[in-house]
Ligand binder design. Structure first.
Ligand code: NAD
Length: 292
């Protein structure tokens, strides 16, 4: 079977084009959506993510603030900054880049973000809204991006069996919630590190979402003929032939799996590009909601 390659770059670009129009409308009303990105410490991957978020804001004409705090910033100092940003009218979305240094209690920090500005969708008030299917809430960007990809390619979810591998609060659980919601109507199984007979379980799936963090774990043996496979994984593996000495692979063994499925996301270029576009979408939504 020759699968359709799901082009995340293209879908992300069309989301941004749609957002540009909305941003123009907001600007006409005297409001520019604003995002504050807070980074604590010097984790190289986090620095790259933060830079791309700020760049995306600039490209779309959003206002942004980047707060790069030293690694020894205290919990109290970070919380004080969050409170300041909660009160800043120019800022509609606040994001604290994960993971913070180990002395920071990330969950406690998130509790201090005004839920109306929680564009990552991690605050318990937004988690509850997702479960309640209250669309005024914010949904974590990566699973939201996966749903957007399914929609863009007209992939039916109603009545389909979706297996989500991974139960994190960032990807797995919100992904499962989105798929089971009444506007998607999938039958959902969440698999995790203690799940038994995972390949067999996955073979009963019409849709597999892999969000594990294990390079190329999902092999052809996991996939039934014609299934849709979304690969959320971003893993570095050593590769001496590359200038950097590594390459990025997903949680799915792309070459083996692509022979069996109907649609598949490549890594890179599949789910990855959607995440930042969804962050932009959440920031625009936050601005619109804070207008009223
Ligand atoms: P996590 O470590 O928080 O969660 C991993 C999940 O996988 C856990 O729930 C665990 O139970 C499950 N798991 C671990 N080993 C397993 C096994 N052998 N069988 C079945 N399940 C197993 O990770 P996360 O934050 O959800 O991220 C998952 C992957 O997605 C990572 O590769 C991460 O880099 C990537 N990611 C990508 C984006 C993006 O923008 N594309 C965003 C977030 C995360």
């Amino acid at each position: 079977m020759t699968p359709v390659l799901i082009d995340g770059k293209e879908v992300a670009a069309s989301v941004r084009a749609r957002l540009s129009g909305e941003i123009e409308e907001l600007k006409k009303q005297g409001k520019t959506p604003g995002l504050a990105v807070v980074l604590v410490g010097e984790d190289p991957a986090s620095q790259v993510y933060v830079a791309s978020k700020v760049k995306a804001c600039a490209e779309l004409g959003l206002y942004s603030q980047k707060w790069a705090l030293p690694a020894d910033t205290t919990q109290q100092e970070l919380v004080e900054l969050i409170h300041k940003l909660n009160a800043d009218d120019r800022i509609h979305g606040i994001l604290v880049q994960s993971p913070p240094p180990p002395h920071i209690d990330e969950e406690a920090v998130i509790l201090n973000i005004d839920p109306r500005k929680d564009v990552d969708g991690f605050h318990p008030a937004n988690v509850a809204k997702l479960v309640l299917e209250d669309e005024s809430g914010f949904v974590p960007c990566t699973p939201m991006g996966c749903m957007e990809l399914l929609k863009a390619y007209g992939i039916e979810t109603a009545g389909k069996h979706a297996v989500v591998i991974g139960r994190s609060m960032i990807v797995g659980k919100p992904m499962a919630n989105l798929l089971v919601a009444k506007n998607a109507n999938a039958t959902v199984t969440i698999a995790h590190s203690r799940t038994q007979n995972l390949p067999e379980l996955c073979r009963s799936a019409d849709i597999i979402v892999a969000a594990v963090g294990r390079p190329e774990m999902v092999t052809a043996d996991y996939v039934k003929e014609g299934a849709v496979v979304l690969d959320v994984g971003i893993n570095r593996i050593a590769d001496a032939s590359r200038p950097r000495g590594y390459r990025i692979v997903g949680d799915v063994n792309f070459e083996a799996v692509k022979e069996k499925c109907s649609y598949i996301t490549p890594v890179p270029g599949g789910v990855g590009p959607m995440t930042i576009s969804m962050l932009m979408a959440n920031t625009v939504k936050a601005c619109r909601q804070q207008l009223v």
